[in-house]
Design a protein around this ligand. Structure first.
Ligand SMILES: Cc1cc2nc3c(=O)[nH]c(=O)nc-3n(C[C@H](O)[C@H](O)[C@H](O)COP(=O)(O)OP(=O)(O)OC[C@H]3O[C@@H](n4cnc5c(N)ncnc54)[C@H](O)[C@@H]3O)c2cc1C
Length: 344
């Protein structure tokens, strides 16, 4: 399926953008990767940067490595080809931090149609969504109603909804949403995400184990202050392994916890593989998850080894913040971006 490119802009904004990325590259050279990560995460949320980059064809050329396409048809075609390779999928209709009820309702309608399409095409795919896409920052009650409709719809078509985790000011509200869906609405086909960079995550995981929850464990993609999150990557990694142990513990498995280990980090993946092998944990009692376009070799080799592997496949026109967070995770991709500029 072709990925339609947004309209290309004239050269002068391109030159401004190029100068901008050249400055970023220089600062990266001088100050190191950690610093550039914070700048990029800031840019992922900055409206002025989104307006500048979003309808620029060169940016889309790079972003389309990480995004299946701008419409549902492209997402369905990508999902089918992933399924043919033995990979499961979670589909994400891109969007976050919506500012009006209309935007939230539009996202809800699109995800309802997506659930129908997954069912109609008999795809091995579930759906991930962001609470702020469904209105969390406007009105938490509206977000709950929207997400509840989606989880109920998913239930009628035998599907599952994963609530992504965003930045730390939304953590409590997101976990609260999850609990209301489980205990107030009696819905079981819903799961949450825990980030190993947050100090609070061990406590959250302990409570989720008691619930027998479906938990995705990731490191965390936002720029968080040292008051709430480990600043050092080594600590984030160590906590990731610590939390993976809790999610795979006999107590968690007895409660019915089904963990998803979302990472491209070979050190995390190898450690988890060793642990499940040593403890004779069946490979169908957890899954690995990776992002579309990242470490395809590893995705396919894990599936060939008999592990469940699910690929997070985003689609839609609101790709800018998602794309810039991917650059932030791996600033080396900035060079790829700049080299595409010269080829355009
Ligand atoms: C399926 C999925 C869902 C996610 N959901 C959320 C969410 O809800 N909330 C949230 O905050 N974050 C989410 N994330 C993002 C996550 O928190 C991390 O920001 C992201 O996965 C990068 O961390 P890492 O563990 O993959 O590797 P890192 O710690 O960033 O890197 C470790 C190693 O992994 C490999 N690697 C990492 N990235 C790349 C790359 N782009 N290309 C090639 N190799 C690479 C390299 O070998 C690297 O040295 C999700 C990630 C995945 C995979």
């Amino acid at each position: 399926m072709d990925k339609p490119a947004p309209q290309t802009r004239s050269r002068s904004p391109l030159l401004v953008s190029f100068a901008f990325f050249a400055v970023l590259a220089f600062l990266l050279f001088r100050n190191g990767e950690n610093w550039i990560r914070h700048v990029l995460v800031y840019l992922s949320q900055a409206g002025w940067a989104r307006r500048m980059i979003s309808d620029w064809g060169v940016a889309w050329g790079v972003a389309s490595r990480f995004v299946a396409g701008t419409d549902r048809e492209a997402a369905i075609a990508t999902t089918r080809s992933m399924n043919e390779k033995g990979l499961l999928v979670t589909l994400d209709y891109l969007g976050e931090s919506c500012t009006s009820e209309g935007e939230a309702l539009q996202a809800r309608s699109e995800i309802l149609r997506l659930l129908d399409d997954i069912h109609r095409h008999e795809l091995q795919a579930n759906v991930s969504l962001k609470p702020t896409q469904l209105g969390l920052k406007i009105d938490p009650h509206m977000a709950l109603e929207n997400i509840c409709d989606l989880v109920e719809k998913a239930k009628t078509v035998g599907n599952f909804i994963r609530i992504d985790m965003e930045d730390h000011p939304t953590t409590d509200a997101t976990l609260d949403l999850y609990r209301r869906l489980r205990y107030q609405e009696g819905l079981n086909n819903v799961g949450v995400v825990i980030q190993s960079y947050l100090y609070r995550s061990e406590g959250d995981i302990e409570r989720l184990i008691e619930d027998g929850a479906r938990v995705r464990l990731c490191k965390g993609a936002y720029a968080e202050p040292p008051e709430v999150a480990y600043p050092q990557k080594a600590d984030v990694d160590a906590n990731y392994l610590n939390l993976s142990r809790l999610l795979l513990s006999p107590r968690a498995r007895a409660k019915g916890v089904y963990p998803a280990f979302a990472t491209h980090d070979p050190a995390m993946i190898d450690d988890i593989k060793r642990y499940v092998h040593t403890n004779k944990i069946p490979t169908d009692s957890f899954e690995f998850q990776m992002l579309f376009g990242i470490r395809r070799d590893l995705q396919e080799s894990l599936a060939r080894e008999g592990y469940r592997v699910r690929i997070y496949v985003p689609y839609g026109t609101a790709w800018y913040p998602y794309f810039v967070r991917r650059l932030a995770e791996r600033p080396a991709n900035i060079w790829f971006f700049v080299s595409n500029f010269f080829r355009a």
